[in-house]
Write a protein that binds this ligand. Sequence first.
Ligand code: AHG
Ligand code: MN
Ligand code: MN
Ligand code: MN
Length: 338
Amino acid sequence: VGSERINTDIVTLTRYLNEEQTKHKEATGDFTLLCHALQFSFKSIAYYIRRASLINLGGLAGSSNVTGDDQKKLDVIGNDVFIAAMRSSGRVRVLVSEEEEEALVFDEYPEARYAVMCDPIDGSSNLDAGVSVGTIFGVFKLPIGAKGTKEDLLKPGTELVAAGFTMYGASAQLVMTMRGGAVNGFTMDNALGEFILTHPDMRIPKKRAIYSCNEGNSKYWEEPVLEWVNSLKQAEKPYSARYIGSMVADAYRTLLYGGIFAYPADKKSTKGKLRILYECAPMAMVFENDWVAGGQAVNSKMQRMIEVVPEHIHDRSGIFMGSYDEVQKVIDIHKKHG
Ligand code: AHG
Ligand code: MN
Ligand code: MN
Ligand code: MN
């Protein structure tokens, strides 16, 4: 074979999870089994997303969810797939999904120690246009004997033990982090049916002249937000605007290229649009990750997003997340406005 030897040191997600588990002597293996169930749900959702237009799974389901979103057929399918995978893992006590009004308590597993927060299909309004969508997830570890009550669920992102998101784009990408660990990126190898570690220890560039927000809302923005966006447009070298409209796609680009993603609370949506438990907090854990990833994530009051406690399971928040220096610009302008 000579010089062009192949790389045989392939780290699959399965191998990564097993190696992570061996680092924790006291590990029971429950978290690993939960992650395998998460992995299966991502593979299964990716499968349905890719076939949607072929087997008429596009379009609306004809229902809407508790946050007022029209549900796409794939929202419902993604939700069903995710619930089934979490329930059958036997490691989940309670599940919060964007598509379920109430938290789902799995009383058949009273010993299970994990609470999972999930946005089964993020960016679903873009689905029929073939734009990348994904799944966002967060995992809390519950105290022994927990019953999956509201108190178990209304927690800040600082208590997450793991979080991340997938993006079903040209290939299926998975970005995940565990508390105190790095942010790692995996790419699905469809031939092997395995997620492969392709982006170990992801760091977000400290700054980048890219901003990502829906300027169609600017009529309703508060003064500091208007001043911030104008400062980018009037900069010596004006910033580039990039907005895909799927949080997972805008987040993945921001993580890789740098820049800032913002969905501010405004006069129309005073609490913002994005939901804390299954969009803002998991993303904040990825972007900050004890600053391992090097970014910042704050809400519209410039508080650390990861410290915000939701008032109910579908509570919303404004969010600014991205390169450390880019988020700092927003914070500094808000400070000036007092
Ligand atoms: P979801 O599809 O899970 O309901 O989330 C949609 C969110 C998020 O993906 C995106 O950042 C935002 O909605 C886009 O909102 P606008 O269309 O108002 O810009
Ligand atoms: Mn939705
Ligand atoms: Mn979403
Ligand atoms: Mn969704």
